[in-house]
Design a protein around this ligand. Structure first.
Ligand SMILES: [Zn+2]
Length: 429
């Protein structure tokens, strides 16, 4: 199929999927499956990945129309429900309790770890007229209700990534001049503040230096090093952490149970690993997989949908290495190729597997593995059978080949040579 035609067909199909939300007599499953097919072929032939991602989202939303996006539905509304940032929420609560709240805050940290969520909770809490003994917003007073339904006039959010001009900041400064009609504080959240232009920064500085007593500023950024020292020195700085895999898994478990989604423990670990510490990414992957697997998250289905190679292959491979079994090693790699996995992913995955085996030798380093208990035991057994010296040699070989992979001429042969080296290491010791 020609490139043009494929593109047009994808667009037409996605439009149909969109329209079937309005016309329920069209079976969304059938159309989404057709789009899925086109999506996969399109990925292969056209490489217009960005468009594909939006197509994929459309499919997902149509497959489970009643499934509300978890990131929105389960957004924390109290400090205590924020995942993995206790060091920050405790400090903020203490400051509110003792009335020593700064005028300006800078929230730094990777994307999707709860910066904006914490900013919103802070805004809601300091305006609540009936704080709970735990220094949380009551959720019932007039102010809390207006925050919950998005109608509060005391919170302003500016996305500096798209509104970074002097005019945008001047408008904000004008707003700051008007005292709140109801409630105590007006809170200004400026997201991605490092994107503000130099002139916009300058226009903002004066307000940040001498803000009115009712104004609080919360600046959020993923790139702290780009923030000018003049801004840094005027803010109380909070560093948000990457969220630990265990915390993400525990959070997903809670959602799965509330939503009646069945899951295998390892599938949630796969999602957590893929998200690399960002809860928002983990939640959107979770939503996507719940839709694709129709509410039954198994390890196998998760791996397939995220295009990851199952750990099982690597366990088998290492067993072959240990036995010096060259033939089965090469046959297994053929199986991997047949499944459509790319060489680079394969060799990176192998290095990761060997690394996991190495850290599972000593119980003290077990926590460096972000895997389920069952898989951890499996790693333990295999690593005990291999021993440290052998694992180090294998890791040396695999990381060397991983590093040189991109320059290899015949990629397939290159990986095969690596595998042959690995499978014969034991006989050469
Ligand atoms: Zn309240």
């Amino acid at each position: 199929m020609g490139r043009e035609r494929m593109l047009r067909l994808s667009v037409v199909l996605s439009m149909k999927v969109l329209s079937c939300r309005r016309y329920p007599y069209i079976d969304p499953f059938r159309i989404s499956e057709a789009v899925t097919h086109v999506y996969h072929s399109a990925c292969k032939f056209l490489l217009f990945e960005k468009k594909c991602v939006s197509l994929q989202r459309i499919i997902v939303f149509n497959k489970m129309e009643n499934f509300i996006v978890s990131a929105r539905k389960y957004r924390p509304v109290t400090f205590d429900s924020v995942v993995g940032q206790q060091h920050i929420t405790t400090t903020l609560k203490n400051a509110i309790r003792t009335g020593q709240l700064a005028q300006a805050f800078l929230f730094c940290g990777p994307r999707g770890v709860g910066k904006t969520t914490c900013a919103r909770i802070l805004a809601k809490t300091i305006n609540c007229t009936n704080l709970t003994p735990e220094t949380e917003a009551c959720g019932e007073c007039e102010s809390c209700r207006s925050f919950s339904d998005g109608g509060s006039m005391n919170i302003f959010e500016l996305d500096a990534a798209s509104h970074n001009s002097v005019e945008d900041i001047r408008e904000l400064v004008r707003q700051v001049g008007i005292p709140p009609q109801t409630g105590r504080y007006k809170v200004y959240i400026i997201d991605e503040v490092h994107m503000l232009s130099q002139a916009a920064f300058n226009a903002f500085l004066k307000t940040l230096e001498e803000p009115p007593s009712y104004a609080k500023f919360i600046l959020a950024t993923t790139e702290k090093h780009k923030i000018l020292p003049t801004i840094l020195s005027r803010c109380q700085v909070f560093d948000f952490k990457r969220i630990q895999a265990e915390d993400i898994v525990a959070h997903l478990k809670g959602i799965a149970e509330k939503e009646g989604v069945s899951y295998e423990e390892e599938s949630l670990h796969i999602i957590a690993r893929k998200a690399e510490g960002g809860l928002r990414d983990a939640l959107s992957t979770f939503d996507q997989l719940v839709s694709f697997t129709r509410g039954n998250l198994t390890r196998q289905l998760c791996n397939e949908n995220l295009n990851l190679l199952d750990a099982d292959y690597y366990f088998r491979l290492v067993d072959y290495f240990r036995a010096g079994d060259l033939s089965n090693t090469l046959l297994l790699y053929q199986e991997v190729i047949d499944k459509g996995y790319e060489g680079q992913h394969f060799i990176t995955g192998l290095s990761e597997h060997l690394r996991n085996l190495m850290v599972s030798i000593d119980p003290a380093t077990h926590k460096l593995m972000e895997v389920s208990e069952a898989l951890r035991n499996r790693y333990g057994q295999q690593s005990a059978a291999c021993g440290l010296a052998l694992l180090l040699r294998w890791l040396d070989i695999s990381s060397d080949y991983e590093y040189r992979y991109k320059d290899a001429g015949n990629k397939r042969l290159f990986i095969e040579v690596a595998l042959m080296k690995l499978a014969t290491t034991i006989t050469n010791i």
